[in-house]
Design a protein around this ligand. Structure first.
Ligand code: ATP
Ligand code: MG
Length: 427
């Protein structure tokens, strides 16, 4: 019988790669907590209606990408593996009345998302998103802040060749006027549009603007710009966000074709794009969604947020540098029953004292253990043979300089602070 493999569109993150993930996660956690964002963890599956209402039935995600199935039990209902994070966060926000408890909420999440898509580089069926949502304020500082946090994370990771597109889709009335103008412009070209776009012309014409079809793109080039249809207030709001981004030294370019077609998306929309990713170029996408909380049955609540695709981020990091390896202080080598037992105790005590310690469990010849110690990247090697075990000593060998000395085991544990200093210096 053949062996079982991971399902198409999913993949294992092996130890050799996981360093990237942990690095991204720790940088994100750090930046987000310094900005007073709190983590929220919502379930991986939710009622299907949450996504139908929260993402919109005319979107590709709801129309063709969801993993939907029936629950068990006597009155089965339809449930769906979450294809994105915002709907669940908003559901939770409403369910727990987070607005009443503490006013403006700054939240972030990280976890797997599921979409039935054609797998390719940077596109999977199970993938991971890091996302933030700021709920309860329409202040343009919130828009600028979430964008600044996204750029901070990407910059701290050392990513280059990124650019940001921004646009405003105004308020629902602005968009209604624009929608009409767009339909008026596109209708004479109807037969030349790609089949999907022809359907969208009546259902959700704004989405035609991001069609990937060449011919449609050419037609769309000369379409009216939504920026010409913003009300004075919406225009001012958008200018204010741009001024704040300028103040923060964040670069962007206007892209009037960057739109989201649904009514609860309002005002700013933005994307951070990499030129080093090929076809799957968008690393981060976000915007304001002042209508969503009410759409999902909550109080009228303005909100803004973004989501980052971590697989794409990590592809970029892999192009830049080797996977970060965790720092190791000691590699412990031992041979002989008594020495092995003392080595186990010593390793445990050093770990409890805050050092990172790899204990060689192989029982193989010293030579092989030393070779592994060399490869381990440890700052120092601790050696326990029969002689050391007999005398309750340990050989301490600094890997870089090869200096070594024999110390009483009790002394090693007694001079932890000194050891810490030495490790710092030798690293
Ligand atoms: P795309 O146009 O690439 O399909 P999207 O508009 O569907 O992206 P969003 O729903 O805005 O993407 O999700 C935010 C980010 O999540 C994307 O910019 C991307 O980095 C990542 N992402 C989305 N779908 C996938 C996927 N199937 N596999 C890997 N990453 C994904
Ligand atoms: Mg998509």
């Amino acid at each position: 019988m053949g062996s079982i493999q991971a399902i198409r569109g999913t993949r294992d993150i092996l130890p050799e790669e996981v360093g990237y993930w942990q690095w991204v996660e720790s940088i994100a956690r750090d930046i987000l907590s310094r900005a007073a964002y709190q983590e929220i963890r919502t379930p991986i599956f939710e009622l299907t209606t949450l996504f139908e209402r929260g993402i919109g039935e005319t979107t590709d995600v709801v129309g063709k990408e969801m993993y939907t199935f029936k629950s068990r039990g006597e009155n089965p209902y339809s449930m769906t593996l979450r294809p994105e994070g915002t709907a669940g966060v908003v559901r939770s926000y409403i369910e727990h009345a987070l607005d009443v408890k503490s006013g403006i909420q700054r939240l972030w999440y990280l976890g797997p998302m599921f979409r039935y898509e054609a797998p390719q580089k940077g596109r999977q069926r199970q993938f991971h998103q890091l996302g933030v949502e700021v709920l309860g304020t329409a202040d343009s500082r919130a828009d600028a802040e979430v964008i600044a946090i996204a750029t901070d994370i990407l910059q701290t990771l050392g990513l280059k060749n990124l650019r940001m597109d921004i646009n405003s889709v105004g308020n629902p009335e602005d968009r209604q006027r624009y929608r009409q103008a767009l339909v008026d412009y596109l209708t004479p070209y109807k037969e030349e549009l790609d089949p999907d776009s022809q359907v969208r012309l009546s259902r959700n014409p704004l989405r035609i603007l991001d069609s990937k079809d060449r011919e449609t793109q050419a037609i769309v080039q000369n379409a009216p710009s939504i920026l010409d249809y913003l009300s004075a207030d919406s225009g001012r709001y958008f200018e204010q966000i741009q001024a704040r981004l300028d103040d923060l030294g964040i670069a962007y370019q206007l892209n009037p074709r960057l739109v989201r077609g649904l009514d609860y998306y309002t005002h700013i929309a933005f994307e951070i794009i990499s030129d080093d990713l090929g076809a799957q170029a968008t690393v981060c996408g976000g915007g304001r969604y002042d209508g969503l909380v009410a759409e999902l049955g909550g109080p009228k609540t303005p909100a803004v947020g973004w989501a980052m695709g971590l697989e794409r981020l990590i592809i970029l990091l892999q192009q830049l540098q080797e996977a970060p390896v965790p720092a190791l202080d000691f590699y412990v080598v031992s041979r002989g029953e008594k020495a092995e037992s003392q080595a186990l105790q010593l390793a445990q005590k050093l770990r409890q004292a805050g050092f990172s310690v790899d204990l060689d469990l192989s029982g193989s010849a010293f030579k092989k253990q030393f070779a592994r110690a060399d490869r381990s990247g440890a700052v120092a090697c601790l050696v326990l043979g029969e002689e050391e075990a007999e005398n309750q000593t340990v050989k301490l060998k600094w890997m870089a300089s090869k200096e070594q000395s024999a110390i009483a085991q009790s002394e090693l544990l007694g001079t932890i602070e000194e050891l810490r200093q030495q490790i710092k210096v030798k690293r």
